[in-house]
Design a protein around this ligand. Structure first.
Ligand code: ADP
Ligand code: MG
Length: 251
């Protein structure tokens, strides 16, 4: 499914005054594509991501999924079709792995929850299901993020929204999970929006990179263009900070 945001604005009232989290942002994500949202903290990445599954309601503008305005979409349908991996995983601490992963199939009343859970666990590398009775605290950080990914995949969504899913992991575990993500995408034609503050990760995992700044997209293009030819000094500074100018090394 394709995703679109058109001139989306979202303002929050804070004690320090209003904050424009989204200041007229527009973006198109094609069916089956992975777009990475990068940009410094506070640039509106999480807010934009959460507009697509209606956890955030824009003040103005239109969010559509396959050309249909999400405000007119059925909420159960939306939840089934759009998987979401929260920052820090967001697993329920008092629930077993099995119960966490079957949450969405159960919420929307799918009859074959057990089979869906097994399938999702297989996709994230837990085919033997040996973790299913454990609690999140009994898993490593990397295992927890795999379970969070399995939970997002369990209802066989066609869209996956990921908010810094590998952000809190050590470099080796992070590389393992990036491999897992790439393997999932090979097996499933899922449309992905991946928030990351790591340009190298964006370059590795995404088809296109969108650089966000102050609630808008500053530049969008394939990673070679964004990293090789930054359109603004802001993007150039981001690329320089990531130590990625000279992408040819990785190409
Ligand atoms: P990012 O994910 O890029 O770090 P966010 O989308 O989380 O950025 O936040 C964008 C801006 O909106 C920030 O200034 C943040 O403080 C503010 N913001 C986000 N959510 C809320 C909220 N629920 N209430 C008030 N301000 C918020
Ligand atoms: Mg965020």
């Amino acid at each position: 499914m394709a995703l679109t945001a058109r001139d989306v604005m979202k303002r929050y009232a804070t004690p320090a005054g209003p904050v424009d989290a989204l200041a007229g942002v527009s973006i198109d994500v094609n069916e089956g594509e992975c777009v990475a949202l990068v940009g410094e903290s506070g640039s509106g990445k999480t807010t934009l991501l959460r507009c697509f599954n209606r956890l955030v309601e824009p003040d103005s503008g239109v969010i559509s999924v396959n050309d249909a305005d999400v405000r007119r979409a059925n909420e159960v349908e939306l939840r089934r079709r759009i998987g979401y991996v929260m920052q820090e995983g967001g697993l329920m601490p008092h629930w077993t792995v099995q119960r966490n992963v079957e949450l969405v199939p159960w919420l929307i009343g799918l009859p074959n929850a057990d089979a869906l859970v097994a399938e999702a666990m297989g996709l994230v590398g837990f085919a033997d299901n040996s973790f299913s009775r454990r609690y999140p605290r009994q898993l490593s950080g990397g295992q927890r993020q795999r379970v969070a990914m399995a939970r997002a995949l369990a209802a066989r969504p066609t869209v996956l929204l990921l908010d810094e899913p590998f952000g809190a992991l050590d470099a080796i575990t992070r590389a393992d999970l990036q491999e897992m993500f790439m393997a999932v995408r090979k097996q499933r034609p899922i449309t992905c929006v991946l928030v990351t503050h790591d340009l190298f990760e964006a370059q590795r995992l995404a088809d296109r990179i969108a650089v966000m700044r102050a609630g808008a997209v500053e530049q969008i293009g394939d990673s070679r263009d964004v990293i090789g030819s930054p359109a603004t000094t802001y993007v150039a500074r981001l690329v320089a900070k990531a130590g990625l100018h000279g992408l040819d090394r990785h190409a």
